[in-house]
Design a protein around this ligand. Structure first.
Ligand code: FES
Length: 101
């Protein structure tokens, strides 16, 4: 059962293996935007996946295409709705509300 270490809050969210980062964060009450409800269409759930990148699902063409359209993406950018957790803990930086989504 992986933990999600959330920045900048410092909260730690226990997540189920196989859940998406978005689903786990929402279940824990973390403030993350999700305008298209997980369809990789809105980009509002953009996060930086700081640690644990090797233990999660790989980026899909749909996610990659959406990320390409977002200002401010970097090498650690992911869409929280498209990242399925494995066994490893991850550290994420939430950006959505701070960047105006
Ligand atoms: S919720 Fe819309 S892209 Fe993730």
């Amino acid at each position: 059962m992986p933990n999600i270490n959330v920045k900048p809050s410092g909260n730690v969210v226990a997540a189920a293996n196989g859940s998406t980062i978005l689903a786990a964060l929402l279940a824990a009450g973390e403030p993350i935007a999700h305008k298209c409800d997980g369809k990789a269409e809105c980009g509002s759930c953009h996060i930086f996946l700081l640690e644990g990148r090797k233990g999660v699902s790989k980026i899909t063409p749909a996610e990659n295409a959406k990320l390409d359209s977002i200002v401010g993406v970097g090498s650690k950018s992911r869409l929280a709705c498209q990242v399925t957790l494995g066994d490893e803990d991850v550290t994420v930086e939430l950006l959505g509300f701070a960047s105006g989504f």
